[in-house]
Design a binder for this molecule. Structure first.
Ligand code: UT7
Length: 333
């Protein structure tokens, strides 16, 4: 099997920023409540007319430029999203067209906030087996479009954005060392968008009842997240044959600083190794981890040979993690 790594990253955030103070004018909430319970101070919100494919296109383009790969060289594009432009066609097909990635196969993958981890795990198999040389993986969300802006328990949490990574073959010993993925459908009701699918097709009634918006039992999701983030991080490190002392950078899903703190404590790593940007962006679901990774790379927080753990959780319920030995140097074709 070929070793597979990330040879380029990119991200894109829509310009418009919604602060906690702005939210105070929309729902019965306080900046202090949001900041102390979640760590979030502001989030980016896409304009009404901007679909998720636009965010994904911009992030994808930046990742390709970073990897010095032309769109025509891309073999496969996977978009992880739960806020696609349409139920079909797949957002990945629209992004491929915008990019001019003429030879690329393209599909969407839905594992909610864990989508990016599931997507890189999937993409890496294609490269490891030699079926494809270059895969573009994008996590993008326009969460603002599926929120109930009258529900203070959910609308304060999320934001819009996209992050992307180019996966290619790298030198042996580098790249992805282990993956850990899981799901538990019995917790599906804890976090969902009930209407619009085949179980509950769109109707006047579903719109009136607000069933096209995100519904969440926050406290239950919180308990699950605190347990799973620590567990899966420990497991994925063990699988790679590494110890907590080996971790140079921890890139967790950005939902709540209290959830991240619990995972960091469980793993026993130093807080200065943790990437946190949810104060600026809120929870961007599948976009959270790739945006955090891209920002860490651009801020010079990663050196050749560093060990990264990325870990996420989300609706499904789903969870996933990977260990990555960092190099941006792809093998010559
Ligand atoms: O990517 C996965 C997505 N989901 C998550 O990661 C969510 C995980 N859950 C959480 O992060 C937390 O459960 C929340 C941040 C959503 C909520 O924090 P909490 O500490 O679990 O608060 P709570 O739901 O227990 O609510 C405490 C109180 C309630 O009032 P009472 O019943 O104690 O009088 C809520 O009504 O806070 C109230 N509340 C608010 N107050 C001001 C709920 N939302 C707000 C708000 N502003 N925005």
């Amino acid at each position: 099997m070929q070793s597979v790594g990330i040879t380029g990253t990119g991200s894109y955030l829509p310009e418009n920023i919604l602060t906690n103070a702005d939210l105070e004018k929309i729902v019965d909430t306080k900046d202090d409540w949001i900041a102390s319970r979640t760590g979030i101070k502001e989030r980016h919100i896409a304009p009404k007319e901007m679909p998720v494919s636009e965010l994904c296109y911009q992030a994808g383009l930046r990742a390709l430029e970073d990897a010095r790969v032309a769109p025509e060289e891309v073999d496969l594009i996977i978009v992880a999203t739960m806020t696609p432009d349409y139920a079909f066609p797949a957002t990945a097909c629209l992004v491929a067209d915008r990019l001019g990635a003429k030879k690329a196969a393209a599909f969407d993958l839905e594992a909610a906030c864990t989508g990016f981890i599931f997507a890189i795990a999937t993409a890496s198999q294609f490269v490891a087996t030699g079926m494809y040389k270059t895969v573009l993986v994008i996590g993008g969300e326009t969460m603002s479009k599926i929120l109930n802006w009258e529900d203070r328990s959910t609308c304060i949490l999320f934001g819009d954005g996209a992050g992307a990574a180019v996966l290619q073959a790298v030198q042996k010993g580098f790249g992805f060392l282990s993956f850990e993925l899981g799901s538990d459908g019995s917790g599906g009701k804890l976090l969902s968008q009930p209407a619009g699918g085949s179980k509950c097709p769109a109707s006047l009634e579903t719109v009136e009842k607000n069933l096209h918006t995100l519904q969440m039992e926050g406290r239950e999701v919180y308990k699950f997240a605190v347990r799973i983030m620590g567990d899966v991080s420990v497991k994925v490190l063990e699988k790679a044959g590494l110890r907590k002392e080996d971790v140079d950078l921890f890139v967790p899903h950005q939902a709540n600083t209290r959830i991240i703190d619990a995972a960091v404590k469980r793993l026993g790593i130093s807080p200065d190794k943790v990437v946190i940007n949810l104060d600026k962006y809120g929870n961007m679901s599948a976009a959270a981890i790739p945006v955090a990774l891209d920002e860490a790379v651009k801020a010079g927080r990663l050196a050749e040979g560093d060990t990264i753990v990325m870990v996420g959780f989300g609706a499904g319920l789903t969870w996933g993690a990977c260990v990555l030995k960092w190099t941006k140097v792809g093998l010559k074709a």
